[in-house]
Design a protein around this ligand. Structure first.
Ligand SMILES: CC(=O)SCCNC(=O)CCNC(=O)[C@H](O)C(C)(C)COP(=O)(O)OP(=O)(O)OC[C@H]1O[C@@H](n2cnc3c(N)ncnc32)[C@H](O)[C@@H]1OP(=O)(O)O
Ligand SMILES: O=C([O-])CC(=O)C(=O)O
Length: 384
């Protein structure tokens, strides 16, 4: 048995697992900072594309730098014919793969077909830009095919957020939807050593490639305790489907010890600053489109769950996934696409962390506190 008296924190809670310049999550103050910039100073002022540049390069771009990134993203918007055929076949498959399973497969597929395997920062940035653009177009295509609609080719005169909504709906979205969607992309872009980002760093810490890092990160984000929670929130509300009974049903759920998606966080103790911004946009957009039911039910959920936590003396609050559901619904985005939307945004953060890991790499390999037996006497199979 190991003689190391390592203190094992279940789920690595509060364990400092490395240094990073990219993102600060201040759980006590409810503050989120990208490369030194508070998210509240970025939303509504910077575009998602500027934030992508910021995360990768550690500084806000000048206009020529932003133009160059914009050209590169646009050059990668079109889905290659073989990828489109794969996406369509998966969407129509009897096994009904989820959007996350399709994105995971596509990432792995395009990685296998990328002939340039060189381990240079320049090549890694090229691959990162390709993934940011391509996974966005593929998410829109999944939305089209799963609704039995035809693929809509990208436009090059639209920004990243506006182009996605155009490719999904086949028509240009209104200005408030584009602004709110761009803000949602910014807010989901990075979050320090969350489970999927840490997974990506572990993968590339072996000096594996960018596509492997992102493929494994998608697998980690998919789970209901992480990115999958944004779909679960709206599904839960749709199952309740009644404003009048929401509070009682949620109280029952909590009293039966069942978790409510969209609440709780490993780091935030005061509040999740992303949730506040999304709530504001959800309120405005749902009122504008005249579909306020899910937003109203979400507000009831917020009140009921926080009251429950407070009575139990728990400092848990709602997280980023609570209000995104009613917001995306007001943009007419199907629930099945909510976690893929998270990928579309977070791929910028994953690749920023992948670049940072490569720049100062040491293989990530913690130790286990072995608690099993060590002195077992071997018995041949015929004596067992
Ligand atoms: C983008 C993101 O990944 S944000 C998170 C998205 N995930 C969700 O919304 C799913 C619901 N939330 C959760 O499962 C958790 O809060 C997590 C996974 C986010 C954090 O997990 P942990 O830090 O391990 O907290 P843990 O699950 O141990 O919760 C601590 C206590 O609060 C309770 N609790 C935590 N979240 C919730 C919840 N959503 N509803 C009800 N109770 C909860 C737990 O049951 C536990 O209670 P106990 O001490 O009586 O056993
Ligand atoms: O930080 C976490 O553990 C989860 C989270 O909110 C995110 O990844 O955005």
């Amino acid at each position: 048995m190991s003689d190391t008296k390592a203190k094992t924190n279940a789920g690595l809670q509060d364990v400092v697992a490395g240094e990073s310049n990219i993102c600060l999550v201040d759980g006590k103050l409810g503050r989120l900072v990208y490369q030194g910039y508070d998210i509240n100073d970025l939303v509504g002022k910077a575009s998602y594309e500027e934030v992508v540049y910021l995360l990768w390069h550690g500084k806000l771009p000048t206009q020529p730098e932003l133009d160059a990134l914009d050209r590169e993203l646009k050059a990668n918007r079109e889905i290659p014919a073989d990828v489109l055929t794969l996406v369509k076949a998966l969407c129509e498959s009897k096994s009904a793969p989820t959007g996350m399973e399709i994105l995971r497969t596509v990432t792995s597929y395009v990685g296998a077909l990328d002939a340039d395997k060189s381990m240079t920062r320049e090549n890694h940035l090229r691959q990162s830009a390709k993934l940011v653009a391509l996974l966005t177009s593929v998410t829109a295509a999944i939305g089209r095919f799963t609704q039995g609609k035809a693929y809509v080719a990208p436009r090059h005169d639209l920004g990243h957020a506006a182009n996605f909504l155009y490719m999904l709906h086949g028509e240009e979205a209104d200005a408030l939807s584009v602004e709110a969607f761009d803000v949602a992309l910014i807010l989901h872009a990075d979050h320090e050593f969350n489970a999927s980002t840490f997974t990506a760093r572990c993968t590339v810490g072996t000096l594996s490639d960018v596509y492997s890092g992102v493929t494994s990160a998608i697998g980690a984000l998919k789970g209901p305790l992480h990115g999958g929670a944004n779909e679960d929130v709206l599904r839960m509300l749709m199952e309740i489907d009644d404003i009048a009974t929401t509070a009682d049903l949620l109280r029952d759920r909590l009293n039966n010890g069942v978790k409510v998606p969209g609440f709780g966080h490993r780091v935030y103790r005061s509040y999740d600053p992303r949730g506040l911004v999304l709530k504001r946009y959800a309120k405005e957009l749902t009122a504008k489109v005249g579909v306020t039911k899910w937003y109203e039910m979400t507000e009831i959920a917020e009140a009921v769950v926080l009251e429950h936590f407070a009575k139990k003396g728990k400092d848990l609050k709602y997280n980023v996934d609570l209000y995104s559901g009613s917001l995306y619904n007001a943009m007419n985005i199907p629930v099945e696409l909510f976690t893929p939307l998270f990928v579309m945004s977070r791929v910028s953060g994953w690749t920023a962390h992948i670049l940072e890991q490569y720049a100062n790499n040491r293989i990530i390999r913690p130790v286990a506190d072995y608690v099993g037996p060590v002195d077992q006497a071997f018995q041949p199979i015929n004596e067992r």
